[in-house]
Design a protein around this ligand. Structure first.
Ligand SMILES: [Mn+2]
Length: 470
């Protein structure tokens, strides 16, 4: 009788503990398999627990905790044995040749990022996913969410260690960091917590917070914004940016993140990848019905949440996408608002020539009072610039709103104009630009106050004319 019990007895190592609101702990245990159990007793990372029958165990009891601690090498070998059973999936093709080539040249780095995520997933250590509040950021987050849900089913683990946050704005700030630290305080794990950032953060404002975050978290960072002079990826665990790999912003952060999600679980990512291209006006974007609707819905939901100051999760985005009537409602409303705003903008724009190109300028006050939600300054400028290009050909679209100017440059002009360097020269030569940045095809400039806009525009026209003239 005693012998039988010993045969079925199994040792597990506590790899992660999450405090829950009902004074129970949720423990992730690693042994011959991975297991999650609630515990009324206090367990700590690296505790060895003995569970008589792991299949029928529903709760960890005080008597299960042996009082012995696992040495770190033993924990590591148990974890790596479990992970080696899960194979990485092959890189999925999107069918867009230059994009597939870019992604496959980055495959090794994407795979390393996926493996780093897997480490936390299997060991129950927390993963904070922060995504930029637009369709590109959201597409990557939705793909990752689907991938981790699928993995959870396959490994019989839960996803309570995954924390989803829409990042309002383009920086990882000290405030973001202190919020993340607060949320990590209810977890105790052997493996270091992980912060995954997608589609934002490559700017000087993030430096301090990224640097101090690394005491308590590893960072996997997928971005496609141009790196600035003096950018130092430092000791960030994985920083993947097409600009450092010989490509440009056309390879979206969503495409990178979808590729990582596909590697993790084989979840289908084609339409989400295409939606990210459309949302960010990538040169690889193709107008297909399903991805276009996805892009509009993700743009609309993230914008709406931003304007209300609330969070939107990949789970709620998926729920909207998958429910036929909400899908239709969100899409049609967003689309018709934008169409109306754009045709109004086309009436009020002022056009001038610069070499063979057209500069179209619009005062956003003609638009802003009448539209809420999906129609926002930056996104309006992107959609509006498509209509401007359709009417005038190669063009530069400037939409200004009080002290903020949003600028779009047709692809065929962007190499010659080099918008980012133009903005930084103007910033050095004048005293009214507080900051500016983005991509060479899409950027924004913030002035010290709205009264400087006339001077700014006059100088900008001259600079554009001189660069495009010769
Ligand atoms: Mn983006």
């Amino acid at each position: 009788m005693y012998c039988e019990t010993r045969i079925s007895m199994e040792d597990f190592i506590v790899s992660s503990v999450k405090d829950t609101s009902n004074r129970m702990q949720l423990c992730t245990l690693l042994g011959k398999t991975q297991l999650q159990l609630y515990s009324a007793a206090i367990a700590e990372p690296l505790d060895i627990v003995s569970i008589v029958d792991s299949r029928s165990a529903i709760q960890l009891e005080a008597k299960d905790i042996t009082g012995r601690k696992a040495p770190m090498p033993e924990f590591e070998s148990v974890l790596s044995a479990l992970i080696s059973r899960i194979e990485m999936h092959p890189l999925q093709k999107t069918g867009i040749k230059p994009l597939d080539e870019a992604l496959s040249s980055m495959e090794e780095k994407l795979c390393a990022a996926a493996k780093r995520i897997m480490l936390n997933f299997i060991s129950g250590a927390p993963i904070i996913v922060r995504f930029h509040n637009d369709g590109d950021g959201a597409s990557g987050a939705v793909a990752l969410y689907k991938a981790l849900e699928k993995l959870a089913k396959e490994t019989r683990l839960g996803t309570s260690n995954c924390i989803w946050t829409m990042n309002k704005g383009v920086a990882y700030t000290m405030q973001s960091l202190s919020y993340d630290r607060l949320r990590l305080s209810s977890y105790h794990s052997v493996v270091k917590p992980l912060l995954l950032m997608t589609d934002f953060g490559t700017l000087e404002e993030s430096e301090a917070a990224v640097k101090s975050a690394q005491d308590s978290m590893d960072i996997v960072w997928l971005d496609h914004h141009p790196v600035y002079d003096g950018f130092n990826r430092g000791s960030v665990h994985s920083y993947i940016n097409p600009w450092l790999e010989g490509f440009s912003s056309d390879v979206t952060a969503g495409a990178l993140t979808c590729a990582v999600a596909g590697k993790l679980s084989g979840t289908r990512i084609k339409n989400l990848t295409k939606a990210s291209l459309l949302s960010d006006h990538s040169a690889y974007a193709e107008d297909e019905p399903e991805p276009s609707e996805l892009a509009v819905i993700m743009d609309a939901m993230t914008t709406d949440a931003s304007s209300r100051g609330t969070n939107v999760t990949p789970k709620s985005i998926l729920a909207t996408i998958e429910d036929e009537s909400s899908h239709k409602l969100v899409f049609t409303q967003a689309k018709s608002q934008m169409d109306e705003a754009v045709s109004k903008g086309m009436k009020y724009l002022k056009a001038r020539k610069a070499g063979n190109a057209t500069i179209a300028t619009l005062d956003y006050s003609h638009i802003s009072e009448n539209y809420y939600g999906y129609v926002r300054h930056g996104r309006f400028t992107s959609v509006f610039s498509d209509s401007v290009a359709a009417k005038f050909g190669p063009s530069i679209t400037i939409v200004y709103n009080k002290s903020l100017a949003s600028i779009r440059v047709s692809k065929e002009l962007s190499g010659k104009l080099r918008l980012l360097s133009l903005i930084s020269e103007m910033k050095n030569d004048t005293d009214y630009i507080s900051n500016g940045g983005g991509h060479n095809e899409a950027a924004s400039v913030k002035l010290e106050d709205e009264y400087a806009m006339r001077d700014f525009l006059a100088l900008l026209y001259r600079e554009i004319e001189s660069r495009l003239g010769d």
